[in-house]
Write a protein that binds this ligand. Structure first.
Ligand SMILES: [Zn+2]
Length: 59
C-alpha cells in the first residue's frame, strides 16, 4: 500500500491519500487537489507531479 500526506505537499490539510499503485495515488491527488484546493489538473506541471511522486510513502 502506498500513501501520500497532503500536508507533505505543502498544504494545510490532514488528508492522507492511499492507493495500490503510483497511478492510483496520482489520480486521487489530482481529484483531491481540484476539489479541495482549487488546483485544476492543467495547473499540475511536471515539477509538481515529480515532487508529489517523491513524497509517496510505502506503508
Ligand atoms: Zn489536501
Amino acid at each position: 500500500m502506498l500513501s501520500l500526506r497532503c500536508s507533505d505537499a505543502g498544504f494545510d490539510c490532514s488528508r492522507v491519500i492511499k492507493g495500490e499503485t503510483e497511478d492510483d495515488i496520482m489520480k486521487e491527488v489530482s481529484e483531491h487537489a481540484s476539489t479541495d484546493h482549487g488546483i485544476r489538473p492543467e495547473d499540475m506541471n511536471p515539477q509538481m507531479i515529480h515532487k508529489i511522486k517523491n513524497l509517496i510513502q510505502v506503508s
